[in-house]
Design a protein around this ligand. Sequence first.
Ligand SMILES: Cc1cc2nc3c(=O)[nH]c(=O)nc-3n(C[C@H](O)[C@H](O)[C@H](O)COP(=O)(O)OP(=O)(O)OC[C@H]3O[C@@H](n4cnc5c(N)ncnc54)[C@H](O)[C@@H]3O)c2cc1C
Length: 476
Amino acid sequence: MSHGFDYDLVIIGAGVGGHGAALHAVSCGLKTAIIEAADMGGTCVNRGCIPSKALLAASGRVRELRNAHHLKSLGIQVGNVEFDRQAIANHAGNLVAKIQGDLTNSLKRLGVDIIRGWGKVAGAQKVTITTDNGEKTITAKDIILSPGSVPFVPPGIEVDGKTVFTSDQGVKLESLPNWVAIIGSGYIGLEFSDIYSALGCEITLIEALDQLMPGFDRDIAKLAERVLITPRDIETKVGIYAKKIIPGSPVVIELANFQTKEDVEVLEVDACLVATGRIPATQNLGLDSVGVELDRRNFIPVNDNMAVLSGGEVVPHLWAIGDATGKMPLAHAASAQGIVAVDNIIGRERQVDYRSIPAAAFTHPEVSYVGLTETAAKELGLTEGFEIATTKSYFKGNSKALAENESDGIAKVIYRKDTGEVLGVHIFGLHASDLIHEAAAAIANRQAVHHLANLVHAHPTLSEVLDEAYKRAIAS
Ligand SMILES: Cc1cc2nc3c(=O)[nH]c(=O)nc-3n(C[C@H](O)[C@H](O)[C@H](O)COP(=O)(O)OP(=O)(O)OC[C@H]3O[C@@H](n4cnc5c(N)ncnc54)[C@H](O)[C@@H]3O)c2cc1C
């Protein structure tokens, strides 16, 4: 291959998106190089999914072992449960090192050239790489941009990385403040509130919008609040935003009403985690050299084939994937986009089916969803001329959840009334992040509740929660 180019494919950014694209490219016979300016593995491996899940695993165990009431109900008694903050932090750090090594080795083993430095498009089918030792230009038949995202810090908030920090520093668990404010109740804020509350910190959770967990389906968010927030040492402030945050000891937080912008109160806390979303890392990528303009939120404009667009037209041989596209900022979505981009490069035309990509928050218990929320499904129904129906089933009616004595949970299925096609599934409860995949497969295949209700699930398993929801749908 290569046809007069240095490479068939050059990928800028070795996060999970770039990694997924590279592995697939090699399996399709493409001569591939990947350029990384900082840590191999990007956000997910170094500052995101991996360390946060390690902290959640350890802190979740502490929560479980300290829940004397729950253990007693199972006939178990344990003595004083202690933990070592640094050892928990080390568990996360060691896992990051292992997965970063595995990821890098998988690329090397398959013959992907890893080029360290800052990659930049330098005109059609050309990339320059800048390192401390200078600059070099390589050519590639196709280029995939996968530069990812970084934490968004709103104006007025000063981050010192010690007392006021983002998830980048939070995953290192360098301290356990007695009182920590968390700004933002999206999934990152929620996962950190799970970690900190399990490890004994007092929390104030501040959400600018008028409800907590604004990204989740309302029924799920309501129950999640009753289980994940209300009974824990977490105070909430909703409709309130942090106008100014000054690091130090104490951290000073000026709060204001999000609607009226009037000052509300000043908090003095030990530390503050800023979890107010992420912004694309799309500056200085050389896009002007090929006439591409970022959209108004600085994402790289793409179509569902992952081709980069300029003025709505496809830019030949230029592709973009991952958080930088603003489509679905999740690790597996980035990787799926990478695989689709490569398929299109080799002429196997394919689009990303975002509706069937699941998402999860790894709290205790977990939240997961796939497809549309009830509100979005209703809107789609209005434009496409169909009505929707919903059905719910509860973990408290599930034998496995009852055996575990962990029966707080709900599954909600949203489907078309006329055809029964499943449009969205939302789960809150034990192992929700694993349970969601059955629903994701059903949505990917555009299956209807009538079909799904006839599938047989092993008994007793948590998967029967979905079975029950599908059966209720056809009975109603
Ligand atoms: C705390 C936290 C927890 C998360 N948990 C989950 C989770 O449980 N599940 C999940 O699915 N997602 C999770 N995410 C989101 C997930 O991490 C991202 O969606 C994913 O990392 C995006 O992958 P990417 O390849 O688009 O970008 P990134 O992982 O951000 O990688 C981009 C890479 O490109 C490099 N780069 C950028 N520009 C250049 C350039 N010009 N030249 C060379 N290199 C460049 C960067 O250094 C970086 O390494 C979490 C995120 C955070 C912050």
